[in-house]
Write a protein of this length. Structure first.
Length: 402
């Protein structure tokens, strides 16, 4: 159905505008009048030349889905039918990619599909966790409550991800800056000094000679060096995509002194938050464990969670295989065991998640405070060492003159 851009005045005589689907401009005008909007202009929306080129379209961000969940939940709670909710939300959505997705979901629901099945057709926007929770909400008649839980979960998960990303970004950016500064000095600055020293015709100190040799090497092999870095990144990504490579690298990351502790805490926070949210929403424990494993983001954690799933299938408790995995702390396993025995597993998981999210906050602060002086010292030693080595011959010559 074609889309029209309209402009008109509401009951308060304020000028408003928007977009609306309709079989014709007259049909759009008629719908606007029913909404007590006096249309001034209704024009067909111009076609986007790049709308069929997927990689040129904006991505659907987590914040878009969170806002959608909150608005959808409020409208359902107010008694608005699902199809009408989707129609309103798609018409006011500013992200063209998400707008297209919402329209597709609306059409699927109109043709008799469930909301969960309609969302399942868009795995890039709605993951298996989201879809299973929506399915549980539809089955239990508590879709508005489920959507509120999903949006709250996504907000906390996004916050946790942003914290870890921020902690990792600082050292990475510092290393890149250091690499660029050193490369510029070696390629452009050192050759000037080398020419000057050659004209002086005296022997150079060992540090100065080493830097000049390094500069000559970098200048003569710059493309090989850049190609080697690109090849390393490409091979690393390919290896990480394989099952054995993924397991091996994730195992090393978990064993690192400071970063490994942070990754474990993030894993515990994600596991308990996701598990608690899904169980509280009515998703079965085996389905919840399967989804949690797939969304863990770490091969070691995924294997541990799948072991828990197998153990529960055999009639064991959740806490026992978690202890055996060695990934989850003893305190967490003990609290989960108490939750299972008392029948309050969902609330216990939520408490653990709250505690470990605070632990992640503290771990990120500690990591930043540890990295900052180290990176400053690293930059000072590298750049300062280069500068001092270049001035050593000048000092030597000045001493000779004295």
């Amino acid at each position: 159905m074609p889309v029209y851009i309209w402009k008109g005045k509401n009951r308060k005589n304020r000028t408003i505008k928007g977009e609306m689907e309709g079989s014709s401009a007259d049909a759009v005008r008629s719908r606007l009048l029913k909404q007590r909007i006096t249309p001034k202009s209704v024009k067909p929306k111009p076609k986007d030349l790049f709308e069929n080129i997927e990689f040129l379209q904006p991505k659907v961000e987590t914040k878009d889905v969170i806002v959608f969940c909150r608005q959808f939940s409020t409208m359902i709670d107010a008694g608005v039918p699902v199809v009408q909710c989707l129609d309103i939300l798609s018409s006011q959505e500013e992200n063209p990619t998400f707008k297209k997705v919402l329209k597709s979901i609306k059409e699927s629901v109109e043709s008799g599909d469930t909301l969960a099945n309609a969302m399942k057709k868009h795995p890039k926007v709605f993951n298996s966790l989201f879809i299973n929770m929506v399915a549980a909400g539809e089955a239990g008649g508590i879709l508005d409550e489920i959507l509120r839980r999903v949006s709250a979960y996504m907000e906390k998960a996004a916050k946790l991800k942003a914290q870890v990303k921020g902690a990792m970004t600082y050292p990475l950016v510092t290393i890149i800056i250091a690499f660029v500064v050193v490369a510029v000095i070696l390629v452009f600055v050192i050759p000037v000094f080398e020419k000057m020293f050659a004209e002086m015709g005296q022997s150079l100190p060992a540090p100065t000679q080493f830097v000049i040799n390094a500069s000559d090497f970098v200048q003569g092999n710059i493309w090989y060096i850049l190609g080697g870095i690109a090849a390393f990144i490409f091979i690393f990504k390919r290896v990480y995509k394989t099952k054995r490579g993924n397991y091996f690298i994730d195992d090393i990351l978990l064993k690192l002194p400071v970063i490994g502790i942070l990754i474990k805490k993030v894993a515990v926070a994600n596991f308990t938050r996701t598990m608690g949210t899904m169980l509280a929403s009515g998703v079965s424990i085996l389905d919840a464990l399967d989804i949690v494993a797939k969304t863990s983001g770490n091969a070691i954690v995924e294997e541990s969670v799948l072991d828990v799933k197998d153990a529960i299938s055999e009639g064991r408790t959740m806490a026992e295989p978690l202890v055996e995995s060695g990934v989850f702390p003893t305190m967490v396993c003990s609290m989960i065991s108490v939750g299972e025995q008392t029948g309050a597993l969902e609330s216990m998981l939520a408490k653990i998640a709250d505690f470990y999210e605070e632990e992640v906050d503290q771990a990120v602060e500690n990591l930043t405070s540890l990295i900052e002086p180290f990176m400053i010292s690293f930059l000072g030693i590298v750049v300062g060492g280069l500068v001092v080595s270049m001035y050593l011959p000048v000092f030597q010559m000045a001493g000779g003159i004295a």
